[in-house]
Design a protein around this ligand. Structure first.
Ligand code: GLN
Length: 379
């Protein structure tokens, strides 16, 4: 079997969902909501099944989906995004990221990845034949050292991967931090592949800044995102790439042969969401702001040290005091004996880390209360 598949495992995030199911644990591992998507989207889905959307859509996304997305993103990104030559609709941002990487990198090329990082980037680089250069983000603020970052850029990388807001550490990059990355990308002529799936889950007073909107960055940024988290439809697998036409031309080809296209009826139904006004995004943020407070307070009451996210819905918990040999063993025990599913922190770090686990709070309040109740038995 292929050599390149020997150097990575299946996703530990997804594996922990299966472990949670096996033990009947409250699953706070893989990040997805247990509440319903907006009713308007579901109503439209019910109609769509009776209409003529059962065959392939255009490979790079149905025309009306791309138009609705272009309109929404033009407003948010502060530039006119062309639905015809600057968008590819993909099967989740998982495909978007993989396609983006295959679009820019040749085998042997280097790609900068901040650590901690979202698990997929490791496998994405390996499957592309590229080689990651890891640059640490230092807790508690998860700041990078600009000199260390420049040292990575000096190794002539093809691209940098930027997850903002960051999964798993919850960092929201400031303008000044993004500007440092942008200046280096310019100086060393490097692409920036972003993962901005939590763009609408950014807690006050932090603000989301699209990397592509920084001066001079549109030309070299491949923006990846999805509808999964924004409309609570992770199972629909709808993602996209936004980039200048010369990059999108290539990304279209890669996407064409990877998957042909995202599900046509789901694209049609999701257009309803893309057309929501600003009040929807405010409602979503209020909901997550409330869940964040609720969950952080619960963890504080139990007395476990944890990170406080500025964006996204993940929390890293420090489990040093429990004296486990490994975070994997801790997570297995937590799921089996306490009944809460978590992801071992080591899945996200380049550095040897075994004192952290990741939980998420994209769940109904009652689910979070149940998890907190169970976590009280942790000692
Ligand atoms: N982003 C989610 C997480 O980190 C999971 C996404 C996925 O499994 N595709 O848990």
């Amino acid at each position: 079997l292929s050599k390149r598949t020997e150097t990575f495992t299946d996703s530990v995030i997804r594996r922990m969902t299966r472990v949670s199911k096996k033990y009947g644990a409250v699953n706070l591992s893989q990040g997805f909501p247990d509440f319903e998507p907006p009713k308007e989207i579901l109503d439209r889905l019910a109609q769509v099944s009776k209409e003529d959307f059962h065959q392939y859509s255009i490979t790079w996304g149905a025309q009306n989906f791309r138009e609705a997305l272009a309109q929404k993103q033009s407003r948010l990104m502060g530039r006119t995004v062309d639905p015809n030559c600057e968008i590819v609709v993909t099967c989740g941002s998982t495909e978007a990221m993989m396609a983006a990487m295959m679009t820019v990198a040749n085998p042997g090329d280097k790609v900068i990845v901040f650590s901690p990082f979202y698990e997929n980037y490791g496998a994405d680089t390996i499957l592309t034949g590229a080689e990651p250069i890891y640059v640490p983000l230092y807790p508690p603020e998860f700041n990078f050292d600009a000199d260390e970052l420049e040292a990575a850029f000096k190794q002539n990388p093809k691209a940098l991967i930027l997850c903002n807001p960051s999964n798993p550490c919850g960092k929201v990059f400031t303008y000044d931090e993004l500007k440092i990355i942008a200046d280096l990308a310019q100086k060393y002529d490097t692409f920036v592949i972003t993962d901005e799936v939590y763009e609408h889950i950014v807690y006050e007073p932090n603000k989301h800044i699209y990397f592509a909107s920084l001066p001079g960055m549109w030309e070299r940024t491949i923006t990846c995102s999805s509808l999964s988290k924004t409309y609570s439809i992770t199972g629909w697998r709808l993602g996209y790439i936004i980039a200048p036409p010369n990059i999108i031309d290539v990304a279209k080809k890669v996407h064409d042969f990877l998957t042909v296209g995202a599900a046509a009826p789901l694209q049609e139904a999701a257009i309803t969401g893309l057309k929501f006004g600003d009040d929807y995004y405010k409602w979503l943020l209020d909901k997550y702001t409330h869940k964040r407070e609720l969950f952080l307070k619960g963890l504080d009451d139990i007395g476990i040290a944890h990170t406080t996210p500025q964006g996204a819905y993940y929390i890293l918990l420090d489990i040093s005091e429990f004296g486990f040999e490994s975070d994997l063993e801790f997570c297995e025990t937590l799921a089996r004996d306490v009944g809460v599913g978590a992801v071992p922190g080591s899945s996200f770090f380049r550095e040897p880390v075994n004192h952290l686990i990741r939980l998420h709070f994209a769940k109904k309040d009652e689910t979070l209360f149940e998890a907190l109740n169970r976590l009280e038995d942790i000692r």
